[in-house]
Design a protein around this ligand. Structure first.
Ligand code: FES
Ligand code: FES
Length: 213
């Protein structure tokens, strides 16, 4: 059947219906895609946690620990308050000092800024997990050799940061060490000894005193 041009701008009835049909099909496809994304989001959403306290299991230094916590509990709080792993220090409690540094799946994180329930299913390593029996980690040994601490409060965090750095870069330069540990503050000012300890732990000669690069 022949189309009759429409009075308004030469649009034929067929082309009008075709256009409407295509738009409707596109809208319907978009709605379908949106529904699919919505369904995926629901399928992949973690189980609801809170507002009541609930049990979670964390893998810390190779062992599973189950604790019952409020949803807002941080990983640092679980380590220190629930599990007595007090090597992880609470200093600023706002992600600024690095004192609470631990490794999560091998990556350095400040545990005061991570919710404990987000750490489920990950491998968490704290300062208590570095030594094997009586044998200290080589970085811990190097800190002792270089007297790289005074009050010692920042030391576990610095050692964890050094551990993460050397795992990524086994022979970092002095500058790379400074940068790698720059998130960890030491109020006693032990930095030159700390940097020397990390140089030593990575098999490099320490800098002579007073020759800070
Ligand atoms: S206590 Fe976590 S960064 Fe200071
Ligand atoms: S040794 Fe005291 S804060 Fe670093």
């Amino acid at each position: 059947m022949k189309d009759h041009p429409d009075q308004r701008g030469g649009v034929t009835r067929r082309s009008f219906l075709q256009t409407v049909g295509l738009s409707a099909a596109a809208a319907s496809a978009q709605a379908g895609a949106a529904r699919l994304i919505e369904k995926q989001a629901v399928d992949e959403a973690p189980d609801q946690f809170g507002p009541e306290p609930a049990s979670i299991t964390l893998t810390i230094n190779g062992r599973d620990h189950t604790v019952t916590i409020d949803p807002a509990t941080t990983l640092m709080e679980v380590l220190r308050w629930h599990l007595d792993l007090t090597g992880t220090k609470e200093i600023c409690d706002r992600g600024a000092c690095g004192g609470c540094s631990v490794l999560v799946d091998g990556r350095l994180i400040v545990s005061c800024m991570m919710l404990a329930h987000d750490a489920q299913g990950r491998q968490i390593t704290t300062i208590e997990g570095l030594a094997e029996g009586d044998r200290l980690d080589s970085i811990q040994e190097a800190f002792i050799r270089h007297d790289a601490l005074q009050c010692g409060y920042c030391t576990p965090g610095l050692i964890m940061a050094a551990k993460a750095l050397l795992s990524e870069n086994p022979r970092p330069s002095y500058e790379q060490i400074r940068r790698g540990l720059s998130g960890n503050l030491c109020r006693c000012g032990t930095y030159s000894n700390v940097f020397n300890a990390v140089l030593d732990a990575s098999g490099q000669p320490p800098l002579k005193e007073g020759s800070n690069a």
